[in-house]
Design a protein around this ligand. Structure first.
Ligand code: NOJ
Length: 751
């Protein structure tokens, strides 16, 4: 039997060598070149295999089961090794290490008739062994280049542990802080989100997917999973096609354009149809409009869940619907395995549909080079050499530093003086585990410093826990107060446990548990300046705490090197440069609140007016706007200048601003450009992020920053649902966050 595969492989190698030119993805290059290079090669081995495969063997390639190494869903199906051996399962997730994946691969290669290699997937979400900050944190760096580097490192570590495929990037835009999975995404904005998902795909897949240091990306969760009603995970999603296309789809598309090989259908329904079997999403938009030619995988038991959704009679019906809609691979439902053969025999699904799905799966395996050498990812020596190297850890620290957002710094309370006596207080100060956040891959807590320990590298620490994360036990307050009294400065580490966000971790309150706020009050009452370090996986309502603490550093869950990063920021070895990628509300009642809101017919412009769009008990503005963040210096902006005040379909104009570091320390500013289309065929946001650039400036230094405004940049989904620009006037704002003001005006003409 093996001779058959050997013969097929020899044919493949010959032809693949001829086609090697032009396979390169442009790392960070233009979307078009990346895409063209990745998709232009054919793999004769795929045709050869399809000609000889039985229906059972074909269906096996459409099946994905979890191993019993890790639990990322509701149930474990026993017997995956037998399934591999019987050719019933061509893909495995949640199994890793070079040694174990080799063992399973040997079963597939040596004990099945055709020896088709397994594909190994895993949730490498913000790192594999070296854990970077959670994705919401990473996005606050506004640094796609460094994010790409973090994904490259994650890919190298994962690939060295036998993995071929990560379930990342998560491209779900969300304005819903109750939803625990907001922690896994890039925040509220499609423009920033697109830059980040593109960077992550380039990072994972590199310039050549056949390079065994790279892994295939999976764009998820397609689509609009980030908009569950009431923020409850897996809940109903419903929105207009226009809203979907303008504010939710761009990051998925950017990842597909960057050459992502796979897409995961989301759990939610959209317009009454579960995404798992939503042909509008999986076929019309993804394949017909965007030209995606990789494969689509369901989410965990997503096909089975269509029975609960109430759109399928049973698992067979669900399987038929999903496959026909464009869902090629069944993760964990067992539906394809159990029912597709019968469905073909009964004429419910055509052989052609099966063949197309199998072709897509085999093509991704071929692109990964698995038919050249199924064990190319299973090298224990490489695994040792690649895992948690000093370089990987240094990048993790840098990205953690860039992810932290300084929300407040009264009287330049930070940075703290080195060598003093610092009281470190709070239920998260001694936790290394929480630093890693949810979806921590194969990250291990052993050897990870906690924040108390990292501060001890800079100062004498007096530690008091004070209270638990929640509950009502105040017995530790007195000791914490005493610690504060005896110190020069206080650092409190408060927030959420790492499992209060992530999958199936929605909250109805986005406040700190009362006990933590009470502890903060007790410590603030000592009169000592209090720095609050927050660990959390969502935008929180910290209206009360922001009035109490002297300074606040939002550190999210910052990863393996998070404690060191936080300490280096607190003591000024590094300066904060993170900017919020999501709006922080004043309270849960303002949610959803985001910077690209519409004007409404009754905008609130007359203070105190009754019949205008506002609340009786709260202002409209958020506590901290999108894009906000401080550092240890200050910046001034000149008014933007334009290269012209008008442009047309073949033209563009540039907007330039001079940014000056007006403080006494070096610092990094993220210069942001927002545009408002004043009149459209449909209502337009009051402003939309359309450009950003990080600039590092020495004290007194100035730099010009320019952005190009093209017809594409001002395009949107017009009244007739075509995408393009409309003639008219626009306001352009450049500044430090979404609340920046003093716009200049330009016009677009369609001549
Ligand atoms: C369910 C999650 O929604 C998805 O993000 C993840 O990739 C799969 N489980 C596999 O663990």
């Amino acid at each position: 039997m093996k001779r058959l595969l050997l013969f097929l492989c020899a044919t493949f190698v010959l032809v693949s060598c001829q086609g090697n030119v032009g396979r390169k993805l442009a790392a960070g290059g233009s979307q078009d070149s990346a895409r063209a290079a990745n998709f232009d090669k054919t793999y004769p081995i795929v045709d050869s295999l399809l000609r000889v495969m039985t229906l059972d063997e074909k269906i096996g390639q459409l099946v994905l089961y979890t191993s019993d190494w890790d639990v990322t869903g509701p149930s474990i199906r026993d017997g995956y090794v037998d399934d591999i051996r019987a050719g019933r399962c061509g893909n495995i997730f949640n199994a890793y290490t070079a040694e174990y994946t080799r063992k399973l691969q040997e079963i597939a290669v040596n004990e099945t008739r055709l020896g088709i290699p397994l594909l190994f997937g895993y949730d490498v979400i913000h790192g594999f062994r070296t854990i970077f900050p959670i994705n919401l944190g990473i996005s606050a760096s506004w640094d796609p280049e460094l994010i790409q580097e973090s994904a490259r490192i994650a890919a190298r570590e994962a690939a060295a542990a036998g993995l071929h495929w990560t379930y990342s990037p998560m491209c779900d835009i969300s304005v819903e802080p109750r939803w625990g999975r907001i922690s896994e995404g890039a925040g509220e904005d499609a423009f920033l989100g697109s830059a980040i998902s593109r960077a992550m795909v380039y990072g994972y897949q590199g310039s050549d997917l056949e390079d065994p240091m790279t892994i295939a990306a999976c764009v998820k969760h397609f689509a609009a999973y980030g908009a569950p009603q009431a923020g409850r995970d897996y809940n109903t999603v419903d929105m207009s096609e226009r809203w979907l296309r303008e504010f939710y789809l761009p990051p998925y598309k950017a990842a597909v354009d960057a050459g992502a090989q796979t897409v995961m259908a989301s759990f939610n329904e959209l317009d009454g149809i579960p995404a798992t079997a939503n042909a509008h999403l999986l076929t019309e938009i993804l394949r017909d409009e965007w030209g995606f030619d990789g494969f689509v995988v369901s989410d965990y038991t997503g096909i089975m869940e269509m029975i609960n959704h109430g759109t399928s009679l049973d698992l067979k019906d669900a399987s038929v619907q999903a496959l026909k809609a464009g869902n090629d691979m069944d993760m964990q439902s067992g539906g394809y395995s159990e029912h597709l053969k019968k469905a073909v025999e009964e004429g419910l699904v055509s052989q052609k549909t099966i063949d197309e799905a199998v072709r897509r799966v085999l093509t991704v395996k071929a692109r990964l080079g698995l038919f050249d050498d199924p064990y190319r990812y299973c090298d224990p020596e490489r695994e040792k050499a690649e895992t948690m190297t000093a370089e990987n850890l240094a990048t993790a620290k840098k990205l953690a530093e860039e992810s932290c957002v300084l929300l407040k710094n009264d009287n330049d309370c930070l940075p703290l003086a080195k060598g003093g006596r610092v009281a470190v207080i709070g239920p998260l100060a001694e936790s290394a585990d929480d630093l890693l956040g949810s979806w921590r891959g194969a990250g291990q807590v052993e050897g990870v410093k906690n924040i108390k320990e990292a501060i001890a590298d800079y100062a004498t620490v007096v530690y008091a826990k004070g209270c638990e994360l929640s509950g009502s036990d105040r017995s530790g307050f007195a000791q914490a107060v005493a610690a504060a009294r005896g110190a020069n400065a206080v650092v409190m580490v408060l927030g959420e446990s790492c499992d209060w966000s992530g999958e199936a971790a929605s909250r109805t309150s986005i406040r700190l548990p009362e006990i933590q706020t009470e502890l903060l009050k007790a410590i603030v009452n000592t009169g000592k300046p209090v720095t609050l370090v927050l660990l959390n996986g969502r935008p929180l309502d910290i209206s009360e705490e922001s009035g109490l603490a002297s300074s606040i550093l939002e550190a999210w869950f910052p990863g393996t090197m998070g404690a060191e990063a936080v300490a280096s920021l607190l003591f000024g070895d590094a300066s904060p440069s993170g900017r919020l990628s999501v709006t922080f509300p004043r309270n849960i009642g303002q949610v959803p609140i985001y910077h690209y809101a519409k004007m409404t017919g009754r905008p609130y412009v007359h203070p105190g007016a009754k019949f205008e769009s506002r609340y009786l008990d709260c202002e409209n503005e958020p506590l901290y706007p999108f894009g906000y963040g401080l550092t240890y210096t200050t910046f001034s902006y000149s008014k933007p200048t334009l290269s012209a005040t008008e442009f047309g379909p073949k033209g563009s104009l540039s907007a330039t601003v001079t940014v000056t570091n007006t403080g006494a320390r070096p610092g990094t500013e993220t210069v942001q450009m927002y545009i408002r289309d004043l009149v459209g065929s449909v209502t337009r946001p009051v402003r939309q992020l359309k450009g950003f650039e990080r600039v590092s400036l020495a004290p007194g230094e100035s730099r010009q920053v320019s952005f190009e405004i093209t017809p594409e940049l001002i395009s949107f989904w017009r009244r007739d649902l075509t995408f393009g620009p409309e003639a008219g006037d626009f306001q352009l704002f450049i500044g430090a966050d979404a609340a920046c003001n003093d716009p200049v005006t330009f016009s677009y003409t369609d001549r």
